[in-house]
Design a protein around this ligand. Structure first.
Ligand SMILES: O=P(O)(O)OC[C@H]1O[C@](O)(COP(=O)(O)O)[C@@H](O)[C@@H]1O
Ligand SMILES: [Mg+2]
Ligand SMILES: [Mg+2]
Length: 317
């Protein structure tokens, strides 16, 4: 029956059941993180006004996270400063998020997504900017939603990466990709080649190598322009996603706290690598809320190969 929800099969591992089972595995769990994930699958009624989708997505994130009673502080791409949750609703988590990733793809119906990372606030003090500037190695969970040919949630609570597909007939996210592992090497490179003229020599050399039949079977080029979609393909098929520093943007374009760190956490959990070209993205100490970072992320051997070339070029300088 179109539009009505079907009863849930008891064998199905839904996102809610999965998070609850993870909670049971953690002896000191209080249930707050489970409650926080519970807000993810809920529906919400929109206001009447038509708004830009990224602003609407941002309001949804802020409203639902604040009313989950689990969060102290929110960091959003769409808010210049941190969003403090009011005292009565305050919990112990900090959530950094990109409410709508791939906004340039909205109007042409190409896949877009949302990205988030969850950190814990260490004390009961009033939340401040200092609490927001946490490195990736303090993340307790992260994930993304991909709104593509189907809707998928990919999450990690520190025990591998798991994918859940939305089944619209029952209104639930069903576990479809348990323990997602990125292949050790892929056959795809993903970078915006329109910027070749402003790349460093190391990036030029690496991409040239991946296209040169004399250096092995050439890689395929794929670039959606929505980080979530490009990274999701990398998880599934392997290969490398690069958004490098360029002569015009010495820190790259992507944002450390709510784009690079969550994806680096997931990629590392899936057996891949994520580097800023020098060190692991997870070891970068953020200094500003909307700080940018170059990123090299994907299959271990592919990332190692580009890092070798970068090292060779920096030794020459
Ligand atoms: O158009 P460019 O320069 O290749 O940038 C593409 C990148 O920019 C982004 O769209 C930025 O995300 P937002 O839509 O959240 O601003 C990434 O998703 C994507 O990887
Ligand atoms: Mg984005
Ligand atoms: Mg965005």
């Amino acid at each position: 029956m179109a539009g009505s929800l079907q009863p849930l099969n008891s064998d199905c591992v839904t996102l809610t059941r999965f998070v609850l089972s993870e909670q049971k595995r953690a002896p000191h769990a209080t249930g707050e993180l489970t409650q926080l994930f519970g807000t993810v699958g809920q529906k919400n009624v929109q206001g009447e006004e038509v708004k830009k989708l990224d602003i609407l997505a941002n309001e949804l994130f802020i409203n639902m996270l604040s009313s989950s009673y689990t969060v102290a502080l929110l960091i959003s791409e769409e808010n210049e400063t941190v969003v403090e949750v009011e005292t009565e609703k305050r919990g112990k988590y900090i959530v950094a998020f990109d409410p709508l990733d791939g906004s340039s793809n909205i109007d042409c119906l190409v896949s877009i997504g949302s990205i988030f990372a969850i950190m814990k606030k260490e004390d009961n003090s009033i939340p401040s900017l200092k609490d927001a500037l946490k490195p990736g190695n303090t993340v307790v969970a992260a994930g993304y939603a991909l709104y593509g040919s189907a809707t998928m949630m990919v999450i990690s609570l520190g025990t591998g990466v798991h994918g859940f597909m939305l089944d619209p007939s029952i209104g639930e996210f069903i576990l479809t990709d348990r323990n997602l592992r990125v292949p050790p090497r892929g056959k795809i490179y993903s970078i915006n080649e329109g910027y070749t003229h402003i790349w460093d020599d190391a990036i030029k050399e690496y991409i040239q190598k991946k296209k040169d039949p004399k250096q092995g079977k050439p890689y395929n080029a794929r670039y959606v322009g929505s980080m979530v979609a490009d990274v999701h393909r990398t998880f599934k098929y392997g290969g490398i996603f690069i958004y490098p520093a360029t002569k015009e943007s010495p820190n790259g374009k992507l944002r450390l706290l709510y784009e690079c760190i969550p994806m680096a956490y997931l990629m590392t959990q899936a057996g891949g690598l994520a580097s800023n070209g020098k060190i692991s993205i997870l070891d970068v100490q953020p200094e500003e809320l909307h700080q940018r970072s170059p990123i090299f992320l994907g299959s271990k051997e592919d990332v190692e190969e580009v890092l070798e070339i970068i090292k060779k070029h920096s030794n020459k300088k």
